[in-house]
Write a protein that binds this ligand. Structure first.
Ligand code: DX5
Ligand code: ZN
Length: 230
């Protein structure tokens, strides 16, 4: 069961000020982030291009935290070596983007890296069920991937609950991560209550209204004391 002390916050640098990327990553690290989420978009799997290996390397040099690397790219196998560098990093591929998901999961595991599989809002839990015993993370997208600052899709909560039930019943190790539209409000709270223990937050952490430290404190306070219970 997730409790607040086990809920990890993963600020997404997609929303950061890229003119000061290193500073923003350091701010998030100093403000108590648990992971740094980096979004790789290829302009094919999702209708947007973000950044690649060079920027991920720069983020890696700016923090001691593990990177939670979200690959929104078609057939990620050929690019995996570019992103599997630090032992502590976590590689997340999309079930919809892999023709041979089991092979891709195995490739990452063979390199000793943590592996996660993401599913889009329109993708059922069954798309990931066969590899679930192998996973460190299952990522439930709460927006359609491609852009930051979108509105949370509440229907995804049912999927988190179903996944949590399967994971608990079978004694699997996978943590449930949520990504998209997570704010310091009911969206984060509902996700934790449903069973998520990794919260990705982009615009909720990097925005013009408050400092990274203030935003992190608000997020942490908002989920304090919550446990998975639905
Ligand atoms: C969306 C990305 C997210 C994005 C989240 O495709 O996968 O990680 O950065 O941004 P917010 O938290 O602003 O919805
Ligand atoms: Zn993401």
């Amino acid at each position: 069961m997730a409790s607040d002390s086990h809920v990890l916050i993963a600020p997404s640098v997609l929303a950061a000020d890229f003119a000061s990327l290193g500073r923003q990553v350091k701010d998030a690290t100093e403000a108590g982030a648990d992971l740094i989420h980096v979004d790789i978009m290829d302009g094919q799997f999702v209708p947007n291009i973000s950044f690649g290996e060079v920027v991920v390397d720069a983020v890696r040099r700016s923090t001691h935290l593990p990177l939670n690397i979200h690959l929104m790219i078609l057939e990620p196998d050929r690019l995996l070596p570019s992103f599997m560098k630090a032992d502590s990093d976590q590689i997340l591929v999309h079930a919809e983007a892999c023709a041979h998901l089991h092979r891709t999961v195995s490739l990452v595991k063979e390199e000793g890296r943590q592996i996660g599989v993401a599913i889009n809002p329109g993708t059922p839990v069954s798309a990931v069920e066969e590899v679930l015993p192998l996973l460190d993370i299952v990522l439930v997208m709460t927006v359609n991937p491609g852009f930051g600052g979108q509105t949370f899709i509440p229907a995804a909560m049912g999927k988190i609950k179903r996944l949590r039930r399967i994971i608990e019943e079978n004694g699997y190790a996978a943590k449930i991560e949520v990504d998209g539209g997570i704010k310091a409000d009911h969206t984060a709270q509902d996700s934790v209550r449903a069973g998520s223990s990794i919260l990705v937050a982009g615009t909720a952490i990097f925005n013009a209204q408050e400092t990274v430290s203030q935003a992190m404190t608000r997020m942490r306070t908002n989920i304090q004391g919550l446990i998975a219970r639905d």
